[in-house]
Write a new protein. Structure first.
Lengths: 554, 376
């Protein structure tokens, strides 16, 4: 007779299953990494044998592991391990001081890479006097500092030199090089695709080695685990990322379920093969926990840099004049072709849409494909479902499109300040109509967009969904469009089962149900009864992935 | 249309047909006609192993003057480069007055990419004009070839003129059966017959002038929709099908043994808002281009109701629509003819309605009228 006894039994817990049929339990049993029983003590007692490890949860809250629908793993790990970090609210003076410190400790010629400055600081940095200060601080070392949107870079004169950028360099397609209005000399501000010039210079320099990539990936996943994340979608997975995930999985070192979105076009912030060439390789990178099942399309840029596509114009600007609405990077027919192709290949499409016009076009394209070819079960994502024309809200549910809620910007932030400058305050504040989407039946899926968020801590995002106030205490007393607040239980679904549905893993993760992966997190509090403004303080005490402890808070 | 005027575009006829269907014989005969004296022949071999060229008296990779004054060459690489070179030499006076170009494809070729090249290549625009696609079908082996080879069905489907060869080798009944089948697959194509390799038409006549805006020709293409036959069409098309002892309705002809290739047409009663319709065209081309073998249409647009637009598309390439000076007949309804692979007519109707607010009535496209058209 086969041994029915479980490998692991967790008892005496306040187990929130996120399974609407049975929201609460006290015990759960695990065998072979899968949940075999959920219920009260009697449900697991018969499964407890001599070899079963039993854990008394001591009344602590246990819930399914978090599913992050949008993260950039390698970059997150790189930022954590190898880069200079500063807050997006840092002033120019702080940036300069931090670069000076880093330069003092760095070898001559070594790149100093860091982030993220607030995009509202862009006009201040885009000046020759700021560049001069940066040059002085860096003492001849090349410097690249990313902004909080990750779309733009500010670099020093040595970096400009290494990248071959001078006053004579023309602006690249879909990007621009910041210039002094009188002399035309570059200011070191590399906007949108211009960021790719310096990123590829760094890539070619060999600054990031393969060893660093692997370490960054492992570190990234360890970081996710520490915040309770046990499944994620990498939202721009180039070959090194796919390779690192597959490599870790083959070695049994991948401690989260990974779904990857392969860029249709080489993103400005990364270099390497993309599109059909990359997609054709996807099966090479499939593993037990590694699923290259999405394609990423960047449809526009970001509102703060006036590169997002809107139905209504931006505030008048000296360079762009009046009536500039931004534009999409991909035409509607091109997008239709991509969505059609991906549906044929069985791949979901994650479409970056920062402006409401981009959202409309993405929905249009999906609508066209479905109207011609009929429905499929694939769930495409609008990332980031943030500025949405009222008429489009209902279309998410109609088309089965997931609203990718990332990064955590549904409360006042430096981003919002940047948007106010470019869009005007009234429009800027109509940001993240989460409640409207929910009421319209849309699938809302939570994500961090780490490292756009400095860390992937979902509790920050969950608190923000509930309060619409900045959990850090910055922008105190101000809420962003508080009518769009939602309740905690819904927010927990958004970061678990909803994201699991969105990334095609609903049968495996997202709730504590028999047959699913034993991915649990033990929390230091009952988040459903914690005052809303303290949810972000929630700490994950233990994270289990397939029944194994992968993080334990010390 | 005359090649004598250096500014007027040179008509190009694409001659295709399955292996052994007799197109080389037909071409050789046609080339002997005085009307083709100023024609250049390009034997296009790209993408396939060519044997046909061995039968034409020409050396490879260069222009050769044939006995009757035709220019002949074999292309293995770039058709665009060849056509450009031909144009340059013609204008430099190195070749006798170029009046027409015939591109003979290999038997396995898909003619659509050649149509693409001619329609979409900016370097050729204005210098050349697609006169039409002539497809040879062998009366003896044609039915079996159509059953077995998707390429053959596609060659028939995109044709403007179907030339049935070896007609002297089959019974009238078999010939009629084949012609009926061809009419189902390519309802708007004219059918002609060849006996002993001698075609009953002159290639200079095929000027398929949807592009040039020839109203008569367009009307012929669209004649099918004037047939006024809806999906519930009552009369039996097999009336025109002598020898068929059994009755079969029009639907039986669709999608049978044709590798998913079918044709149908739509009539639209109300004038069409061009911008909405053009957007729908963008969508269909983007998503279904590969399977949209041909689309022709005469469109009654709201902004200039007296002057219909002529529409012509091959896969994802659409010619800029040509505006006719007047309607070719009293029928002023928009008519669209589709030849497609694996696209349901319901998909077209549904999406036209949804994205262009157009109510299109589907008409069953069975080419019963082809014998008379062939005689035209």
């Amino acid at each position: 007779m086969p041994d029915r006894s479980a490998d692991l039994v967790l008892t005496n817990g306040l187990i929130y299953t996120v399974d609407r049929k049975r929201p609460w339990a006290s015990s759960v049993a695990v065998k072979g990494g899968r949940i075999v029983a959920v219920g009260e003590a009697d449900a697991v007692s018969s499964l407890t044998g001599s070899a079963t490890k039993t854990v008394d949860l001591g009344g602590a809250m246990l819930m399914p592991g978090i599913v992050d629908v949008h993260a950039h793993l390698m970059m997150g790990g790189q930022a954590e391990l190898f880069e200079l970090r500063f807050s997006p609210t840092s002033s120019l003076e702080t940036l300069i001081a931090r670069v000076a410190e880093a330069a003092a400790g760095a070898p001559q010629g070594a790149w100093i890479i860091g982030g993220q400055w607030g995009s509202d600081l862009l006009p201040r940095l885009n000046k020759l006097d700021a560049l001069a200060a940066l040059d002085k601080a860096s003492q001849g070392r090349p410097v690249m500092l990313r902004d909080d949107t990750y779309h733009n870079r500010w670099i020093n004169s040595e970096a400009l030199r290494l990248a071959g950028v001078s006053a004579a360099t023309p602006d690249p397609q879909k990007g621009s090089i910041g210039r002094d209005p009188t002399t035309g000399a570059p200011t070191g501000m590399m906007i949108e695709s211009a960021a790719g010039i310096v990123e590829s210079t760094i890539a070619r320099s060999g600054h990031y080695t393969e060893e660093m990539d692997r370490a960054a990936m492992a570190r990234s996943i360890a970081t996710l685990n520490s915040y309770g994340v046990t499944a994620f979608l990498d939202a721009a997975a180039m070959q090194p990322i796919l390779a690192a995930l597959k490599g870790l999985d083959d070695r049994g070192e991948l401690t989260a379920w990974s779904v990857s979105a392969m860029p249709a076009v080489e993103p400005s912030f990364m270099s390497g093969i993309a599109g059909d060439e990359l997609i054709a390789l996807r099966e090479n990178y499939r593993g037990a926990h590694a699923r290259p099942d999405f394609v990423k399309i960047f449809l526009d840029g970001v509102p703060g840099a006036r590169t997002a596509a809107f139905h209504e114009p931006y505030v008048d600007d000296a360079i762009l004049g009046c009536c500039f609405r931004g534009s999409t990077i991909v035409t509607v027919p091109e997008l239709i072709r991509w969505v059609g192709k991906c549906e044929k290949l069985g791949l979901g499409v994650k479409i970056h849409c920062a402006g409401d016009a981009a959202v409309s076009q993405a929905l249009d394209a999906i609508d066209v494909v479905r109207s011609f070819n009929g429905p499929t079960k694939l769930i495409h994502h609008i990332a980031h479902a943030s500025y949405i024309a009222p008429d489009d809200v209902a279309r998410f549910a109609e088309l089965g499109v997931a609203a990718d809620l990332s990064p955590f910007l549904w409360y006042p932030t430096s981003f919002l300040e940047g948007h106010k400058q470019t869009m005007g305050e009234a429009r800027a504040l109509r940001f993240w109509p989460n409640k409207d989407l929910l009421a319209a039946g849309a699938l809302l899926a939570g994500g961090s967009d780490w490292p756009v968020m400095p860390n992937p801590d979902p509790w920050n995002g969950i608190e923000g969904l509930v309060t619409r106030r900045n959990p850090s205490g910055e922008f105190a007393g101000v809420a962003l469009w508080p009518e769009q607040a939602i309740d905690v239980a819904t927010a927990l679904e958004i970061f678990t089962i909803n994201s699991a549905r969105a990334i095609g893993l609903a049968d495996t993760v997202g709730s504590i149900e028999i047959g699913k992966s034993a991915d649990f997190i033990k929390l230091d509090r009952n988040v459903l009864e914690t005052p809303a403004d303290e949810i972000a303080d929630t700490k994950v005490l233990t994270t289990w992935f397939e029944g194994r402890v992968v993080y334990e808070r010390s | 249309m005359s090649g004598a005027d250096p500014l007027s575009p040179i008509p190009v006829t694409i001659l295709t047909g399955f292996l052994g269907s007799g197109k080389t014989t037909v071409l050789n005969r046609l080339l002997k006609r005085p009307s083709l004296a100023g024609a250049a022949v390009i034997i296009n071999e790209f993408g396939a192993i060519g044997l046909d060229h061995l039968l034409i008296e020409a050396s490879e990779e260069q222009f050769t003057l044939l006995d009757n004054g035709c220019v002949c060459c074999t292309v293995r690489g770039d058709l665009v480069a060849t056509l450009k070179a031909l144009d340059l030499r013609s204008r430099a006076g190195e070749l006798p007055g170029l009046t027409h170009v015939v591109i003979e494809t290999t038997g396995l070729a898909d003619p659509a990419p050649i149509l693409h090249t001619l329609m979409a290549e900016p370097d050729l625009a204005g210098r050349y004009l697609v006169a039409g696609v002539v497809t040879t079908v062998d009366a003896v082996n044609g039915p079996a070839t159509l059953d077995r080879h998707a390429e053959a069905a596609k060659q028939v489907a995109v044709a403007d003129r179907l030339l049935v060869t070896k007609t002297d080798l089959v019974s009238d009944e078999a010939l009629s059966e084949l012609r009926h089948r061809l009419a189902t697959l390519a309802p708007a194509a004219r059918q002609s017959l060849a006996r002993n390799g001698e075609a009953d038409f002159d290639i200079m006549d095929v000027t398929h002038s949807a592009m040039a805006g020839d109203a008569r020709e367009m009307a012929a293409w669209l004649d099918i929709s004037a047939h006024e036959c809806g999906p519930d069409c009552a009369h039996d098309h097999s009336d025109h099908h002598p020898g068929a002892g059994h009755h079969h309705g029009p639907r039986e002809h669709h999608g049978q043994h044709h590798h998913g290739i079918q044709s149908y047409s739509f009539v639209i009663d109300k004038p069409v808002e061009w911008s909405a319709f053009a957007r729908w065209l963008d969508y269909v081309a983007a998503l279904k281009g590969e399977d949209l073998l041909r689309l022709k249409g005469l469109v009654h647009v709201t902004d200039e109701p007296e002057r219909p637009l002529v529409l012509h598309g091959v896969q994802h390439v659409f010619h800029p629509p040509v505006r006719l000076d007047a309607w070719p007949s009293a029928d002023r309804r928009t008519r669209l003819v589709f030849i497609v692979r694996d696209i349901d007519r319901e998909t077209i109707a549904r999406t036209l309605k949804k994205f262009a607010a157009i109510d299109a009535t589907s008409t069953v496209a069975v080419g019963t009228g082809t014998p008379s058209r062939a005689a035209a």
